[in-house]
Design a protein around this ligand. Structure first.
Ligand code: KG4
Ligand code: ZN
Length: 332
């Protein structure tokens, strides 16, 4: 089995994936939302301190299976460095104690593998990755040859959901709360401008939209429940309009046979429905990860780790490099 550890942001997660059968034997995570909620966002040092408490709790659950572990996979980039370090230290200790190789996994590659955790690898593959840290279009010929063909020039999509939720006085993380509230709102009440509409670049931008929402909130003065719902719905529509406006350009240009939707924001049902409709227009097969693998988890890291295990892509436990930023390749 491969034992995988994920601690790049505020989720502590562990998974065990059988090498031969690709069966997920164990996966669990301890989320920290309530701990960071008072601050309206993730506090890196607090996340790290909680990983140091929570990762050993998860490890205890799989202690009897440790003799069956053949390799340790751990997220080493990109993410919050102090948070990544907690998972990496545990991985180093386990690799040395068990005498098994260490596999350093890129978190973005992990998200891509969330599309086939217990199945055969699906390459070539294009995917839209929308999370708290990224808004990307990725093209992967295979596991080792991947490139970003689009990214955000400022905020990520998930970040925009979180910041708008904060402006509306809603809970953290904002994505699921906005989605819920938007169901009772009128998405056409506020006409927020579409970012980068006349910009030829294949790129995303969310800070202008966020500021438009801020101005609309300020213009309202006191916010009634209905106005909040209308703002949530109008923002969600604009955020998805923008994402899919640029994705449409990509589909027109690249005509991929299939397009995945991964990352925390991909749990959004409104986005999923509209993404599916867009893919149908282009005869492109839409791929989704199960909801439990949309936000950060260790199952996807284990699956990426398995690809690297099969390639013999191991890392010296004494010299694991931790990086906060790690693009897959330069954009063209
Ligand atoms: O992938 P993820 O768990 O962590 C990162 O790698 O960033 O993504 C977290 C992000 C947060 O910004 C959260 O608000 C957003 O995903 N999110 C959603 C939904 N569920 C989570 N955004 C919109 N709608 C949702 N249902
Ligand atoms: Zn993530």
């Amino acid at each position: 089995m491969i034992l995988a550890i994920e601690s790049s942001c505020d989720d502590s997660a562990l998974a065990l994936l059988e090498i031969a059968s690709k069966r997920l034997v164990f996966h669990d995570r301890i989320i920290q939302n309530a701990d960071h909620a008072p601050y309206g966002g993730v506090v890196p040092e607090l996340a790290a301190r909680l990983h140091a408490v929570n990762l050993p709790k998860l490890l205890e659950q799989i202690a009897p299976r440790l003799p069956q572990v053949k390799a340790i996979a751990v997220t080493h980039e990109p993410g919050l460095t102090v948070a990544l370090a907690e998972g990496v230290v545990m991985a180093q200790a386990l690799a040395l104690a068990l005498g098994v190789p260490l596999i350093a996994v890129n978190h973005l590659k992990g998200h891509l593998c969330s599309l086939f955790v217990e199945g055969e690898a699906l390459f070539p593959l294009s995917a839209l990755m929308v999370s708290g840290g990224h808004s990307l279009i990725i093209e992967a010929e295979d596991f080792t040859r991947m490139r970003q063909v689009a990214s955000s020039i400022d905020d990520s999509m998930g970040e925009a959901f979180d910041k708008v939720a904060k402006m509306l006085g809603l809970a953290y993380p904002g994505g699921p709360v906005i989605e819920q509230l938007a169901k009772t709102g009128d998405e056409n009440r506020f006409d927020f401008p579409l970012p980068l509409r006349n910009d030829p670049r294949l790129a995303f931008s969310y800070s202008g939209l966020k500021n438009s929402v801020r101005l609309a909130i300020e213009a309202q003065g006191e916010l009634s429940g209905q106005v909040k719902a209308d703002i949530a719905a109008s923002f969600q529509k604009a955020a998805v309009d923008h994402l899919l406006f640029k994705t449409r350009r990509y589909l027109m240009r690249a005509r991929p046979k299939r397009l995945g939707l991964v990352g925390g924001v991909s749990a959004n049902a409104y986005l999923r429905a509209r993404f599916e409709a867009l893919c149908a227009e282009f005869g492109c097969e839409p791929l989704f990860a199960p909801l439990s693998f949309c936000s950060d988890n260790a199952a996807m890291i284990a699956r990426a780790g398995l690809e690297q295990y099969l390639l013999g892509d191991f890392c010296d436990p004494a010299s694991v490099v931790i990086r906060s930023r790690a693009p897959l390749t330069k954009e063209d």
